[in-house]
Design a protein around this ligand. Structure first.
Ligand SMILES: [Zn+2]
Length: 378
């Protein structure tokens, strides 16, 4: 999922909260199915009441998911792992944690806090319903009660679902933490959580298809679809383990390219294209001012400028300033650099050491390394 294609709602404690566009479709489906559910249960209530209940319930449901994700974010922060954003998308929420847990304990709390939070939200809703007159097993007889009871059960179910022991569910993190703790081997633990995630996903697909052909209709397809999504997520996390293994302890230091082409910031774009871009075959250029690196220019920055302006604009006008670039230091693990490259959708990252630019590390260089390893059967 690309966090770029999401609507930003704002920040809570510095964590950006966003809604991915795929979410809006699901929000409509949920409101529709809630209104169907409420009107079936409470046929005598006015349709205006049913619709307002459905919209309010959907909003509270998504708020509960955001609180669930924020709980992951807070534990991550507490353990010193930076968190940039929480995004809601079609099938739930995701807290973007920028770093891997350093020990199984952190991983354990990071995983389990989500289901605990959902269970607490569910418990509070059911408890509140109880206090204002609902008896378990009976039909809630006011809109407020109906909303509380629905949210209560759904959040408890969400907690249970998230405890399934496989990636990408929270239970996958918990399983990973336990295997990691027992074996002392993080990669093996990740592989285990990915494999069980894989298995669970296949079970969802099979179950969903059986239900669909058994006459359950859309509900069955929905479960199969969730399974398909889980399968992809489990595969992605397994791929990451394989990559991590292949790259091993390799650090950016060993991959730095420092014979990069340098261009003065007052060079015109025309000149860059003719004298450097088309001649050298290089795809990016370091821009300097009196010998000090100030930014980076790639074909992307140049293509963004209208061609007739190429004569008048300089490298300094179009470059991406160093301060705006994601940078790494020489000791950054290569796998983390690759992760940033993928996430930021760039081809290279400047390597900064003690405030000085040492060179860049490129996607191409890391991939070449992987290809070489494979050729040598390492
Ligand atoms: Zn979670």
């Amino acid at each position: 999922m690309n966090p770029g294609s999401s609507l930003k709602l704002g920040r809570i404690f510095g964590i950006e909260i966003g809604i991915h566009y795929s979410w809006f479709l699901i929000a409509i489906l949920i409101i529709l199915s809630l209104s169907g559910y409420f009107s079936e249960e409470h046929g005598t209530w006015a349709s205006s009441v049913i619709w307002s209940m459905s919209i309010l319930t959907a909003i509270l449901f998504f708020a509960a998911i955001i609180v669930h994700e924020l709980s992951h974010a807070f534990v991550a922060r507490l353990k010193g792992l930076p968190v940039s954003s929480v995004t809601l998308f079609a099938l739930g929420g995701v807290a973007r944690i920028e770093k891997e847990s350093e020990n199984p304990q952190t991983e354990f709390w990071l995983g389990i806090v989500g289901p605990i939070t959902s269970a607490v939200i569910g418990g509070v809703c059911l408890g509140a319903a109880r206090l204002i007159g609902w008896t378990p097993g009976s039909d809630p007889d006011s809109p407020a009660l109906a909303i509380l009871v629905w949210l209560g059960f759904v959040n408890v179910a969400l907690a249970a679902f998230n405890m399934l022991p496989g990636f990408p569910m929270d239970g996958g993190r918990v399983l990973r933490a336990i295997v990691w703790r027992i074996t002392g081997d993080r990669d093996r633990a990740t592989a285990a959580a990915s494999k069980t995630g894989h298995l669970l996903a296949v079970m969802f697909i099979v179950l969903g298809l059986f239900m669909f052909f058994g006459g359950a209709g859309f509900g069955g397809l929905w479960i199969a679809f969730i399974g398909w999504f889980l399968l992809n997520a489990a595969k992605a996390s397994y791929l990451e383990v394989e990559l991590r293994r292949a790259l091993g302890d390799l650090r950016v230091e060993n991959l730095i390219e420092n014979n990069f082409p340098v261009i003065e910031s007052n060079t015109s774009i025309d000149q860059i294209v003719d004298d450097f871009l088309l001649k050298s075959g290089e795809r990016w250029f370091m821009i300097v001012e009196q010998g000090v690196p100030v930014g980076l220019v790639t074909p992307r920055e140049i293509a963004a400028v209208e061609r007739r302006l190429w004569k008048f604009k300089t490298a300094g006008d179009v470059m991406r300033p160093i301060a705006d670039l994601h940078t790494v230091d020489p000791m950054t693990p290569a796998i983390d650099a690759l992760e940033i490259i993928g996430r930021e959708n760039v081809n290279q990252l400047p390597v900064i050491d003690d405030g000085r630019l040492r060179g860049v590390v490129s996607r191409e260089r890391i991939i070449n390394f992987l290809v070489t390893r494979r050729e040598l059967n390492l």
